[in-house]
Each structure stands twice: as structure tokens, then as C-alpha cells.
Design a protein around this ligand. Structure first.
Ligand SMILES: NC(=O)c1ccc[n+]([C@@H]2O[C@H](COP(=O)([O-])OP(=O)(O)OC[C@H]3O[C@@H](n4cnc5c(N)ncnc54)[C@H](O)[C@@H]3O)[C@@H](O)[C@H]2O)c1
Length: 307
């Protein structure tokens, strides 16, 4: 089986590729323009003929068609993947997340792909009207990132309704895991290791952190599950107060670092906890008892990198 992973040099994509290789899913093509991804994330597969890296851009339809030919599954992860980046670079996030997603779906239709698995985001909901947020919650995205993901979801739905291209949409909560950077857990762990204060914007946030292995499991199961036309939340189902995260990191690292409180950033969604009944029911994935159970593993990783 041939599988295309857009964004496969990134944080989630590279972990997905690791799993696909380990379980011998078949021939894997990674298409990524290295906007935020890194070749070092895939270095472990450099000698594996089953994994091919294409330095390509999803804004270019011809490249997508060329490399999608013969693929049965497309995991579409390529995106301007963070809120602040999408807000400061609105044009890039639109061209990549909206036009790029349209291009991926369009190429998949042309190439006869069986299923596209699309990583949407909890940002599609915007500010929660109630918690936990189920999939029926109004879609009131608050920033350009959420809006772009919502547009991608709409195209995914319509490509199924109109062209019978199977599309599975996962609304991911906040993933955490090794290889990530520039997001709260990696930033704070790294700062705490250096004894630097942890900068908190706002302080009232409630965040649903979900471990990377759990996300990868959901992506794999989404290739077969009966979830077409039904976006599914992928989260831990647990809301972690941001100050609790800071406290756990400070205690885990054993640092004297303090909090540096700054005003909240207006574009950020303050509170989110996913309702994960559908995830449990349709994908057979049970949420963990403690969302942050893998923090010690993260610490080991960032500590080793700092050496
Ligand atoms: N990490 C999270 O918490 C989270 C939460 C919700 C949704 N998501 C979504 O999951 C997916 C993966 O996220 P991630 O955390 O691994 O982010 P990431 O930034 O590490 O990975 C995205 C990859 O897409 C690539 N890319 C960007 N623009 C591209 C373009 N025009 N053409 C080709 N490749 C391009 C980047 O180089 C990067 O490798 C994204 O779609 C993101 O929006 C992530």
C-alpha cells in the first residue's frame, strides 16, 4: 500500500511516519516544504527505501498529483500549525491551510485515493460555550487559524458528499510530545531546565493536553473507522489549568523558576476540554487518567537535547 503524509517532517507527522514504518504499512511518501518541519525528525528512516521524502509544497497542485498517484491513504497534516503564526501570517495560513487543503482533496479525487485523514483542530470551535465541548458545539472559530481549519473541514465534507472521496476529520486538542517546539510544554520545560521564569499569558486557560502516541493511534484508526462525515474530537477529555501545568513542570524539574505573568493574548481561546465519547466509541481509544502522564518522558528528552 502507498501512503502519502503531508507535513510528515513535522511534530505529529514524523511520529506518524515512525509508527507506519514500525508496523510496515507499506510505501510512505512524505511531502513537506520544511516550513516548520525538520529533516532530522525523519533521519532514522534515511536508509529505508520504503520512506521517501519530497521537499514539496501543498500550494502546488501538480506536485501533489505527481506524488499522490497510486496512494490509497493520504494523511493530510501539512499546515501553518499554530495560532500565533497564523495570525501574524494570515496570507500564508490561508494559502496553506485553505487552498492547500483544497489542493490535497482535489488531487486525492483525481488520483483515486481511498481516504484522506485530515487534522483539524479544537480551534474550529472558538471560545467554548460549555464544557466539555462535544462535536455538536457551534463552530465559532476565534482566530484565522481556526477559520482556516474550519474551511478545510467544509471542503473535506463536500468532497465526500459530491465526489464520494472518503474524508475523516479529527479535531485535535493540544498535542504534546517529543520533537515539538515553540508551544507551551516544550517552551516551559526548556526554560525551567535553565532556571528561567515561565511566561504565562493570562493564567485562566484550561487546556486539553493529549499525548502524541494517542494522536497517532487516532490517525491510524481513522483510516478504517466508520467516521466519514462525522468530525471527531481527539483529546484527553481533561482540562488542565495552565497554572497547574506550570506548577507540575516546576516541581518535576526541581527549579527555583517563578511565573512571569503577562496579559492574556486576545486571539487565544481561554478554555477547552474535549468531550471524547465519540473517540471512545468510534475509534476505540480510551482517554488517560492523567493527561500529563508523559511529562517525565518529555523532560528526559529536552534534558538530553540541552546537553
Ligand atoms: N500540535 C497540535 O497541538 C495540533 C492541534 C490541533 C491540530 N493540529 C494540526 O495537526 C497537524 C500537524 O501539526 P504539528 O503540530 O505536527 O505541526 P508542525 O508544524 O510540526 O507540522 C506541520 C508540517 O507542515 C509543513 N508545512 C507547512 N506548510 C506547508 C506547505 N505549504 N506545504 C507543505 N508542507 C507544509 C511544515 O513544514 C510542518 O512540517 C497540523 O495540520 C496542525 O494544524 C495540531
Amino acid at each position: 500500500m502507498k501512503i502519502l503524509v503531508t507535513g510528515g517532517a513535522g511534530f505529529i507527522g514524523s511520529h506518524l511516519v515512525d509508527r507506519l514504518v514500525r508496523e510496515q504499512w507499506g510505501e510512505i511518501v512524505v511531502l513537506d516544504n520544511l516550513f516548520r518541519g525538520k529533516l532530522e525528525n525523519l533521519a532514522q528512516h534515511a536508509d529505508n527505501a520504503q520512506v521517501r521524502f519530497v521537499n514539496g509544497d501543498i500550494r502546488e497542485p501538480a506536485i501533489l498529483r505527481e506524488h499522490m498517484r497510486g496512494a490509497e491513504i493520504v494523511f493530510h497534516l501539512a499546515a501553518q500549525s499554530n495560532v500565533m503564526g497564523a495570525v501574524t501570517n494570515v496570507e500564508y495560513s490561508f494559502q496553506t491551510n485553505v487552498v492547500g487543503t483544497f489542493n490535497v482533496l482535489s488531487a486525492a479525487k483525481t488520483c483515486g485515493v481511498r481516504r484522506v485523514v485530515f487534522t483539524s483542530s479544537r480551534e474550529a470551535y472558538g471560545e467554548a460555550q460549555y464544557l466539555p465541548v462535544d462535536e455538536q458545539h457551534p463552530l465559532l472559530s476565534k482566530n484565522t487559524y481556526g477559520a482556516s481549519k474550519l474551511a478545510g473541514e467544509a471542503y473535506a465534507r463536500v468532497f465526500y458528499n459530491t465526489f464520494q472521496l472518503e474524508t475523516a476529520v479529527l479535531r485535535l486538542a493540544n498535542a504534546y510530545g517529543t520533537r515539538d517546539f515553540d508551544r507551551v510544554i516544550p517552551i516551559w520545560l526548556t526554560r525551567a531546565l535553565h532556571g528561567l521564569d515561565l511566561v504565562v499569558y493570562g493564567g485562566q486557560q484550561l487546556i486539553d493536553f493529549v499525548w502524541i502516541d494517542h494522536i497517532v493511534e487516532a490517525l491510524l484508526r481513522a483510516t478504517q473507522a466508520d467516521i466519514i462525515g462525522q468530525p471527531i474530537n481527539i483529546g484527553s477529555g481533561i482540562g488542565t489549568p495552565i497554572l497547574e501545568l506550570a506548577d507540575r513542570i516546576i516541581r518535576l524539574v526541581g527549579t527555583t523558576a517563578k511565573l512571569d505573568r503577562q496579559p492574556a493574548r486576545a486571539v487565544e481561546v481561554a478554555k477547552f476540554t474535549a468531550q471524547v465519547d465519540l473517540m471512545r466509541e468510534k475509534l476505540g481509544i480510551a482517554p488517560p487518567a492523567d493527561a500529563l502522564f508523559a511529562l517525565p518522558q518529555m523532560l528526559d528528552y529536552y534534558r538530553a537535547r540541552e546537553k
